[in-house]
Structure formats: structure tokens, C-alpha cells
Ligand binder design. Structure first.
Ligand code: TMP
Length: 259
């Protein structure tokens, strides 16, 4: 698109550009996939568009139930206009079923239902490999105030309740997911909103109609097959994509596989 736009920041899967209106930015969803802190990389054509469309759908639903998000509107298939926020340097992971790093850390079998939903926080710092932190670290180092953290926890529980039901209704188990939050000033008050994205890149989604088959980025992390087909199926079940619409097709180009 417009090459004269000012790029503010480029991350692993998204680029942030200056927005057309004050206090807004444009989020561009790339086709790049990374895992294990970018040690494994590929470009998967069509992933960015699917993530943008799925995230747009879910953020719109959350805005509709009064859960504040940074999302304003989609600009095209790959880009959305969002409110400019200061990102709180935390990755908030909500878990319903044991999987991934929790299963490994505690020696649980993947797929074990947890006694209740569990929220974990990780300090967003690639150099340190996003270490897990607790409330003490977060408030002592000033990454979030106790009140902000309280808001973040309540919002995370609400998002989990809403999304679990939404996915259950289309035969998908929401195993776990990662959220990010941002703050901005409104009428002299600091407000917290959900930021970043919610897409199969940052969720674990298991297909209850197909033996709990993975429909998320674990397909890429663990080399389990065609990621775009799975994301496409998620979008189709959410009603974002028409049943006869075909996914963009291309083989993932592996850049580095020494893991
Ligand atoms: P984990 O089991 O590897 O800790 O991942 C928990 C959830 O967080 C899972 O849904 C994938 C998501 N996630 C991200 O979105 N980004 C990350 O960098 C990591 C490690 C996990």
C-alpha cells in the first residue's frame, strides 16, 4: 500500500503505521509466522488476511458486549485502524485445558481439563524470552499499577467466558490464549483496553468435531500440516468466510528449521 506512510514499529507478525487521525494507528497483519522466540520462521501466504478478519470479528463482538478494545475499524483485508495506546509489557495467558508450556512445566498430559481457568502473566521481553512474572514483579517494577492489574484480570476472565462459549457453539474448544492490553488517557483518566489481536496465532483451538485436531499456530510450531486450511476453517465456522470461498494457497516457505 501507500509507501509514504510512517512506520512506527515492526514486530514479528505485524507492522504499526501512523494513523490518518490523531490518536490512531494502523495495524498491518503480515504473513510471517514465527515460533520459539523467532528461532523458527516462515512466510505463510494468506495467514495475515485470515488473522485480520478473525481478530476484527472477535474484537467487534467484544466491543459489542461492552468490553473495551483498541479496535476501531478494518481498512482493508490486511489492515485495521486502532486507537493508539501504550502497550502494557505483559502477555496475559488464560488457560482452560492443560497444553503447551503449562503441560510441560507441571508434567500434565495435554488435554487435561484444569480445575478452573488459570491466568498467567509473562513479561514481554524477547531478549529475556518472555519470562513468567507475578503480581509482585508487575507492581514493583511499575509495569502496571495494582488497579490496572485488577482491571486486566477482570477483563481477561470476561473475555475467556465470552470466547469459550462462542467457540463451543461452533464445535471448537478454546484451550488457551494470549492477550495484550494497552492504556490511554481519556478525560484525564487512564483507561485500559484490550489491544493487539485475538487470532489462531495466539490461541489454542481444538476441533471438537474432529478428534481435537489443532486449528491454531501449533500446526506451524509442531509441523502438523496446512495452517491456512485450519485458520480458514475457523473463519468459516465463525461465519466470516462463505462456505464456498477458497483459501489463498501456497506452500509455507521454511527459512530456518534447526529446532
Ligand atoms: P504456551 O503454552 O506456549 O505458554 O502458550 C500459551 C498460549 O499463548 C497459547 O495459546 C499460545 C499463546 N502464545 C502467544 O500468543 N505468543 C507467545 O509468544 C507464546 C509463547 C504463546
Amino acid at each position: 500500500m501507500n509507501s509514504r506512510r510512517t512506520r512506527i514499529y515492526e514486530g514479528k507478525a505485524k507492522i504499526i503505521y501512523e494513523g490518518p487521525e490523531p490518536n490512531t494507528v494502523i495495524v498491518h497483519f503480515k504473513d510471517d509466522a514465527t515460533a520459539f522466540n523467532a528461532e523458527k520462521k516462515a512466510v505463510i501466504e494468506g495467514k495475515g488476511v485470515l488473522n485480520q478478519r478473525i481478530s476484527e470479528f472477535l474484537f467487534t463482538k467484544l466491543n459489542d458486549i461492552g468490553l473495551p478494545t483498541h479496535f476501531l475499524r478494518s481498512l482493508n483485508m490486511r489492515e485495521q485502524l486502532v486507537r493508539e495506546v501504550e502497550i502494557i509489557p505483559l502477555e496475559v495467558v488464560v488457560r482452560n485445558v492443560a497444553a503447551g508450556s503449562l503441560a510441560k512445566r507441571l508434567g500434565l498430559e495435554e488435554g487435561t481439563a484444569l480445575p478452573r481457568s488459570i491466568i498467567e502473566c509473562y513479561y514481554k521481553n524477547d531478549k529475556l524470552g518472555d519470562p513468567m512474572v507475578n503480581e509482585e514483579h508487575i507492581t514493583a517494577f511499575g509495569w502496571a499499577t495494582p488497579m490496572e492489574l485488577d482491571d486486566i484480570m477482570h477483563m481477561s476472565i470476561r473475555i475467556n467466558d465470552f470466547l469459550t462459549g462462542l467457540f463451543l457453539g461452533i464445535g471448537i474448544k478454546l484451550v488457551d490464549f494470549k492477550l495484550e492490553f494497552g492504556r490511554f488517557v481519556e478525560n484525564d483518566m487512564m483507561r485500559i483496553v484490550l489491544a493487539d489481536e485475538i487470532s489462531p496465532d495466539c490461541c489454542r483451538l481444538w476441533d471438537m468435531r474432529n478428534n481435537n485436531a489443532k486449528m491454531d499456530k501449533d500446526i506451524f510450531r509442531r509441523d502438523l500440516g496446512n495452517l491456512v486450511d485450519a485458520y480458514h476453517e475457523v473463519a468459516k465456522r465463525l461465519g466470516i468466510i462463505q462456505p464456498n470461498e477458497q483459501p489463498e494457497r501456497s506452500k509455507p516457505k521454511l527459512v530456518k528449521t534447526d529446532l
